[in-house]
Design a protein around this ligand. Structure first.
Ligand SMILES: [Cu+2]
Length: 461
């Protein structure tokens, strides 16, 4: 029995040691709450550190007393060891003061904690100059706050921007200089929204709306680097290029200051661990350009319409027109290379119109409908109505499958061929109405179609 206990003790010690050794990594790890880069997360970090210091103090005080007593009253000789020391019981002075000290410590902890809870819950009032001064915030940072309606779904995120009338998924683009108000809802079970370096965590509860906000610390994002390097622009694909150039997917540290990693922090099913997301900080101008780009892509009135022989077209107009060379169904997009007079129909061999996209893109676009991807995915401003993530301007995204993979040809191909293998239990492969007869389950051995779909998806820029 004793040997067994000793053995158990030794193995558990070794386990603790090994876990401590490998579990520790640098404090600025991708998803580290100990590396705050925003006002709210800094506040939470400060409260945490306060409790750490108090705990360290208590540990030293109690441990020090214990060591002192052990040393001072040790048996100095054999005879002394045989003696029974004088017996006593209780000391009301010491006990009362210990209770008082504990109460004071709790109050010291409670005040900043409650202040933090209030701070996290809502954006400060722009007219409350005193608070703004205390938080070192500028009025414009609050007045220009943007709102994002976040909806959690198994196992991805929808981001709606009600002020701008646009929708995206899994990558929350925001202006670094402004407060970001987050309204949290869920469509199914409980999730939790957490971007450790900016703020966190807050649950998304069925039938309820929760709130939080954050504001990034621009100086920390830039940390002495030029803006283009620390916060590459998203709207023209620079962010994607920079991230891919500087980072392997498995790297543990952020290659780019303005890229933040988020995670669902409440178990929600099979693929919960892969339900991550990203938040991308932008300069004001780059954010505006990104919004414009989305507004244009999601504005139904700005989408290319069918060629009309009764109309004249300006140079650079885009129309759709059947292209028989790609199959009976394909409506190709053509761009006019000069002013078009009435009745001058698109024709690839002519000089007046040019292909707007590659052949693969056009066939991929067609497949996107015929393989029923549209059953779940919107490429317009449809938000929570869609079963899958919104795929507007998908080619600008850095990540795939809710931040789980890098968004490039290779991962997309793996994903489209068998998404269940990469993200077990995901609701693309296992969703309602999807079985082995569904066209998306037939892609496994069809490289050609997969590549065409990829050309279409990544061509959306
Ligand atoms: Cu979750």
């Amino acid at each position: 029995m004793r040997r067994l206990l000793v053995l158990l003790f030794r193995t558990s010690l070794t386990t603790v040691f090994i876990t401590a050794l490998f579990g520790c990594s640098r404090i600025d790890h991708k998803q580290s709450a100990l590396d705050p880069k925003g006002l709210v997360s800094q506040n939470q970090y400060d409260v945490f550190m306060l409790s750490v210091w108090i705990t360290i103090f208590l540990f030293c005080a109690v441990g020090g007393c214990l060591l002192f007593v052990l040393w001072k009253y040790r048996a100095k000789s054999k005879e002394e060891a045989m003696e029974i020391p004088p017996q006593s019981h209780g000391n009301s002075k010491i006990e009362t003061s210990l209770i008082l000290v504990s109460a004071v410590i709790l109050v010291i902890l409670a005040i900043p904690t409650l202040q933090g809870v209030v701070l996290m819950n809502r954006v400060p009032d722009a007219n409350d100059e005193q608070t703004l001064k205390k938080l070192n915030l500028d009025r414009s940072q609050i007045e220009g706050a943007i709102t994002v309606n976040v909806t959690g779904k198994r196992f991805f995120w929808i981001f709606e921007y009600p002020q701008f009338g646009i929708v995206t998924a899994n990558e929350l683009v925001f202006p670094a200089s402004k407060a970001v108000r987050i309204n949290l809802r869920t469509e199914d079970v409980i999730h939790s929204f957490w971007v450790p370096k900016l703020a966190g965590k807050m649950d998304l509860m069925p039938g309820q709306e929760n709130f939080m906000w954050f504001i990034a610390d621009q100086e920390k994002i830039l940390s002495g680097k030029p803006t283009t390097e620390a916060m590459p622009s998203v709207f023209d694909g620079k962010m994607r290029q920079t991230v891919f150039a500087k980072q392997k997917f498995s790297d543990e540290f952020e290659p780019v200051g303005g890229l933040f990693y988020g995670q669902c922090a409440e178990y929600c099913g099979n693929s919960h661990a892969y339900m991550s997301f990203r938040a991308l900080a932008q300069t004001d101008e780059d954010f505006d350009s990104w919004v414009k780009r989305f507004q244009n892509s999601q504005n139904p009135n700005l989408q290319p319409s069918a060629y009309n022989p009764e109309k004249q077209y300006k140079k650079g107009s885009i129309v759709t027109f059947a292209d028989k060379s790609l199959g009976d169904q394909v409506q190709r997009e053509f761009r006019s290379t000069k002013k078009i007079t009435k009745g001058e129909a698109p024709n690839i061999s002519g000089k007046s119109w040019a292909k707007a996209h590659s052949d693969d893109y056009e066939i991929g676009k067609q497949l996107f409908s015929s393989l029923q991807c549209v059953q779940c995915h919107a490429v317009n401003r449809t938000g929570i109505g869609a079963k899958g993530p919104n795929l507007t301007l998908y080619g600008l995204r850095t990540s795939l499958a809710a931040g789980w993979m890098r968004n490039d040809e290779e991962s997309l191909s793996t994903w489209l061929k068998n998404s269940n293998e990469v993200k077990f239990g995901n609701l693309m492969w296992n969703g309602e109405g999807v079985d082995d007869t569904h066209p998306l389950r037939q892609l496994e051995n069809d490289d050609e179609k997969v590549n065409q779909l990829i050309a279409y998806l990544l061509g959306q820029i």
